[in-house]
Write a protein that binds this ligand. Structure first.
Ligand SMILES: Nc1ncnc2c1ncn2[C@@H]1O[C@H](COP(=O)(O)OP(=O)(O)OP(=O)(O)O)[C@@H](O)[C@H]1O
Ligand SMILES: [Mg+2]
Length: 238
């Protein structure tokens, strides 16, 4: 049996009267790439933010590797090996590329942080060429690479990505998905939220479909990508 790394159990998230996430349960096993798909406002970001402790949980629990994530501090999460690249890229615009990467590795001992920094600029040559450039001056695609590289600084066991391809040119979207596949092959466990349903089902092992705060479907990504209803709702006329 595969080891369950992330266990989300009967999770609810409310903003005042708005019930954004209603009683959802799902799991991500070690080594898997799982995607959550769904229309705007379905509750995907609220789910991810609740997992990371950025939004209060109204009910339910989130366990990571047996730890109650709600009880672990912001600093404890990278130490457990879980990290998120948030929606909208959110790099520190006034800081340089290098400073952004160092911020990602803030919980590491300095020597380790230096080693990871070196690895990241080699892995992302486009960032290597721009280490001293302010992040706000990077192109959208470069900022997305930086946001992912910053998350990778801790050498995560579990990576959460919220809409990594949003607003990017098709060529860059392809690069982002290639990177996600590579990380998956390297053994990083990944929870991916995406608008690009076709590409995310193509790279994922399993998928959950969210509608209006509920999980309405789940299954193997390969099966869902062949499903007529999923096609009609999310993939347009094929
Ligand atoms: N901070 C907030 N305060 C009040 N309501 C919120 C807040 N954040 C999200 N919501 C509401 O919760 C619901 C779910 O939003 P959420 O951002 O989780 O959806 P999403 O699936 O990530 O959408 P998108 O695909 O557009 O990113 C929406 O109805 C949204 O208006
Ligand atoms: Mg969102």
């Amino acid at each position: 049996m595969k080891n369950t790394l992330l266990n989300v159990d009967q999770l609810e998230v409310s903003y005042g009267p708005v019930k954004a996430v209603q009683n959802i349960s799902f799991q991500v096993n070690e080594g898997e790439l799982v995607t959550i798909i769904g229309a705007n406002g379905a509750g995907k970001t609220s789910t991810l933010n609740a997992i990371m402790g950025l939004t209060d949980i109204s009910a339910g629990k989130v366990e990571f590797n047996g730890n109650d994530l709600a009880k672990s501090s912001v600093e404890a999460k990278p130490k457990l090996g879980i990290v998120m690249s948030p929606e909208g890229r959110r790099v520190f615009a006034d800081l340089t590329v290098k400073e952004n990467l160092i911020a990602g590795g803030i919980t590491l001992p300095k020597a380790k942080c230096d080693v990871r920094l070196d690895e990241m600029v080699k892995r992302f040559p486009i960032l290597g060429e721009r280490v001293n450039q302010e992040a706000g001056t990077l192109s959208g695609g470069e900022q997305q690479m930086l946001a992912i590289a910053r998350a990778l600084m801790i050498g995560p066991k579990f990576l959460i990505l919220d809409e990594p391809s949003l607003g990017l040119a098709p060529k860059i979207v392809t690069q982002v998905f290639e990177l996600i596949s590579e990380l998956h092959q390297e053994g990083v466990t990944i929870l991916l939220v995406e608008q690009n349903v076709k590409k995310s089902l193509a790279v994922a092992d399993r998928a959950y479909v969210m509608e209006l705060g509920h999980i309405v479907r789940e299954g193997r990504a390969a099966d869902l990508s062949q499903d007529k209803k999923i096609h009609e709702a999310y993939l347009g006329a094929a």
